[in-house]
Design a protein around this ligand. Structure first.
Ligand SMILES: Nc1ncnc2c1ncn2[C@@H]1O[C@H](COP(=O)(O)OP(=O)(O)OP(=O)(O)O)[C@@H](O)[C@H]1O
Length: 233
């Protein structure tokens, strides 16, 4: 579905991504691992179109979409939950959700307002609250809920559990597991590499802007030594 080929991305003179290839097939969960500053968020920002690569291609269903603006990627079914959340603080929970509602690219509306409510019961008690009145965990749920309302075929989650209380973190992983069973592909960045491996089919590891390890997640669980060395854990 979405592939990245030979991507080189710079911030000014800093060469951040160095020839990155990644394949994100339909209905497949991929974990993106690596220590801080290795380029994970830059890779996501490049494939979403927030940053234009100096060279290489982003392809969606075989079509070259390099340089497409993020809104266009979203319309083609790529849902993105950015690090730091990205909700509208001045709109209510309900408004945040309803303004994102859209059919998927094949016209399906599997994720409705009611289904998001059923997935995140906590949000039902907060419907008229403004985004800025929510706890960090509620904001994260709203952010994921907004992405689901677009009926994406790929959901990108960048540090979705960062800074949240353990109970909320557990709830978010439960929702990620649910989403996976519905056939939505996921790309997951999270510091808890064990959880990432437990919730993905494949994992890729970045070091200094390169993919240095790519494997089935189960194989990395069974033999984590190479991964531990790269992550410094
Ligand atoms: N807007 C920017 N301008 C300049 N350099 C940047 C910018 N954003 C990130 N960088 C640098 O690019 C490199 C890769 O950062 P990136 O955020 O992609 O890493 P990451 O693997 O997602 O790490 P983290 O978990 O810390 O977010 C880092 O060295 C970072 O300092």
């Amino acid at each position: 579905m979405l592939t990245v080929q030979g991507i080189n991305t710079y911030y000014g003179d800093s060469h951040i991504l160095r020839g990155v290839d990644v394949d994100l097939p339909a209905s497949t969960s991929v974990g993106l691992l690596g220590r801080n500053g290795m380029g994970k968020t830059t890779l996501i920002r490049t494939l979403m179109g927030y940053v234009r690569p100096a060279s290489g291609q982003v392809k969606l269903d075989g079509q070259d979409v390099t340089g497409w603006v993020p809104e266009k990627m979203a319309r083609r079914g790529i849902g993105y939950v950015p690090e730091g959340r990205g909700i509208f603080p001045n709109l209510s929970v309900k408004e945040n959700l309803l303004m994102s509602a859209r059919a998927g690219i094949d016209g399906q509306r599997a994720w409705t307002f009611d289904r998001v409510m059923a997935t995140f019961p906590r949000l039902t008690e907060r419907l008229s609250h403004g985004g800025q009145q929510l706890s960090g965990g509620e904001q994260q749920m709203l952010s994921i809920g907004r992405a689901l309302m677009t009926n994406p075929r790929l959901l990108i989650l960048d540090e979705a559990t960062e800074g949240l209380a353990p109970l909320i973190v557990a709830e978010i992983w439960r929702v990620i597991a649910d989403i996976r069973t519905t056939g939505i592909a996921t790309l997951i960045v999270d510091r808890d590499w064990r959880k990432v491996l437990g919730h993905t089919d494949r994992a890729v590891v970045m070091e200094k802007g390169r993919i240095v390890l790519a494997s089935e997640s189960a194989a990395l669980v069974a033999a984590p030594e190479a991964l531990s060395a790269l992550l410094g854990v």
